[in-house]
Ligand binder design. Structure first.
Ligand code: SF4
Ligand code: SF4
Length: 164
């Protein structure tokens, strides 16, 4: 499904921090939904249900990344979590929430602005649509087990559980 995009393409092309991880089992790799598992090449999916990352020097790029031009080779088929990033799903007790990954330079530069708040509201509306709800309900594993570093994430809004 399509999700609204916050970040201008040019910003990401200059940054290029996405899709490259610190380890082969990094918790920041995107997780694969049940439907994506059916359509993606199994070689792209690691045993733990995340996208595979392979070593390249000291880092681990996603196996779908063309490291020469930093393009996703499955862009039109890229996982839901890739479309969502730099936002991620987190579970807080029995509540599903959307959080922003504060490592993203665009988030660092824009959080707290009016346009960021407007975008967050647009995203909240998109994630309340039937197609998104089906994905979230069918794939509880998408709520990531991220490091408990208080500077890593900023919780934005509730998606389910409580008064979502
Ligand atoms: S970290 Fe943020 S700004 Fe950098 S490429 Fe990823 S989404 Fe774009
Ligand atoms: S599937 Fe594409 S967008 Fe997702 S992490 Fe890999 S290269 Fe990046």
């Amino acid at each position: 499904m399509q999700l609204p995009s916050l970040i201008p393409d040019g910003f990401c092309l200059d940054c290029r921090a996405c899709c490259v991880f610190e380890g082969a089992v990094s918790p920041w790799r995107p997780k694969i939904t049940a439907a994506e598992k059916q359509s993606l090449d199994p070689a792209m999916i690691a045993a733990d249900g995340y996208i595979s990352a392979a070593p390249a020097g000291e880092v681990y790029p996603c196996v779908c990344l063309n490291t020469c031009d930093h393009a996703c080779q499955i862009y039109l088929q890229r996982p839901f979590e890739c479309r969502l990033y730099p936002f991620v799903l987190v579970r807080r007790e029995n509540k599903l929430m959307l959080a922003a990954h504060l490592a993203c330079p665009y988030i660092q530069a824009n959080r707290g602005t009016k346009s960021f708040a407007e975008y967050a509201e647009k995203l909240r509306q998109a994630l309340r649509q039937e197609a998104a709800r089906e994905i979230l309900n069918a794939n509880p594993q998408l709520a990531g087990d991220y490091p408990a570093d208080q500077n890593a994430l900023e919780d934005l809004f509730l998606l389910s559980g409580g008064n979502a």
